[in-house]
Design a protein around this ligand. Structure first.
Ligand SMILES: Nc1nc(=O)c2c([nH]1)NC[C@@H]1CN(c3ccc(C(=O)N[C@@H](CCC(=O)O)C(=O)O)cc3)C=[N+]21
Length: 297
């Protein structure tokens, strides 16, 4: 039987442990604070940011939300970031991506103080991750690492194929999987939409991470029997019966589940883990900034 990797269940457990550590911090007079900044009227972005705020509430963190008009100037966004950088009650800052075209995304990521960069996207934090000395692991790859561990999927010595080369998922995922550390020690191949004979590579993989952002890109015919399949895709597509839209992953679930040993669903797989790791990074940020030590879960 194919094992379904339940991201909601693993995330719920982790949130409980995080809530416990938040209590430890608050007994020491520290209330971890996460600021989310939204400069978009995109419905999906609004939904994700409000989920992140709800998560904060659930674990006892202080959620601060700032919304900017998508037509506002880049300087206004930079000023908002500067204010949050200087605010002692804010331990983590997340600027929801994508930002409007007239805003330089690279400048946004550089502007956030690395100590508050809970996405792990600041060049200093990217460098530290690559050097094996991560401060904040990016939330999606870190969440995937936790999901694999929770389901006893051995990465050491495994052949892993990462499909997708984005700065927020593919690249950091490949880096974590090759690290000399628990959850690493895999042999990693990074593929993408232009890879020649992709299926020949995915068919060799013990672990496939599908993160190309292409709906149902990976199907069962491309998998080795018993492989672990992690679906990072969140594509909103028109539903087959024409009744509206539905969420599909980068994996054709039905066909892949017939071949895979274990597989994550969409929704309810990687997404909830991404959000849980954001809370984790905020917890770590609050501890580092205040010097109040906690056992990170
Ligand atoms: N600075 C920044 N950091 C991010 O981490 C970031 C971002 N910008 N921009 C957009 C993407 C997307 N993202 C998601 C996280 C969780 C779910 C999630 O929890 N999804 C649920 C529900 C999905 C639904 O119902 O729409 C699930 O998969 O079960 C989705 C999407 C974070 N992102």
């Amino acid at each position: 039987m194919t094992e379904v990797i339940d991201g909601n269940a693993v995330a719920t457990e982790l949130r409980e442990e995080i809530a416990d550590r938040v209590e430890t911090l608050s007994a020491a007079g520290v209330e971890p604070g996460l600021a989310t900044v939204l400069m978009s009227e995109d419905a999906a972005s609004e939904t994700y940011v409000s989920m992140k705020q709800r998560d904060c509430e659930e674990v006892g963190m202080d959620g601060i939300h700032v919304e900017l008009d998508p037509e506002a100037s880049a300087e206004e966004l930079y000023g908002t970031i500067d204010d949050l950088n200087d605010d002692e009650d804010v331990h983590g800052i997340l600027v929801q991506l994508p930002v409007p075209d007239h805003v330089d995304e690279r400048e946004v990521l550089r502007r956030i103080r690395p100590e508050k960069d809970v996405d792990g996207f600041h060049p200093e934090n990217v460098g530290r991750l690559v050097a094996g000395n991560a401060r904040f692991k990016p939330c999606t790859p870190h969440g995937i690492q936790r999901l694999l561990a929770a389901h006893d999927v051995e990465t050491e010595g495994a052949d892993a194929v990462v499909v997708g080369r984005s700065d927020i998922v593919g690249k950091p995922m490949a880096n974590l999987l090759i690290q000399k550390a628990p959850g690493g020690n895999a042999t990693v191949t990074v593929c993408h939409s232009r890879t020649d004979d992709l299926e020949a590579r995915t068919r060799e993989a013990d672990i496939v991470i599908a993160a190309a952002g292409i709906p149902e890109f990976i199907d069962g015919s491309m998998l080795k029997a018993g492989a672990t399949v992690i679906d990072v895709g969140i594509n909103r597509v028109e539903s087959e019966d024409g009744s509206g839209t539905e969420l599909v992953g980068d994996v054709a679930y039905e066909s892949a589940a017939e071949v895979a040993g274990a597989i994550t669903p969409v929704p309810g797989g990687v997404g909830p883990m991404t959000r849980a790791m954001l809370l984790y990074n905020t917890l770590k940020a609050a501890s580092l900034q205040t010097g109040v030590e906690i056992d990170l879960p």
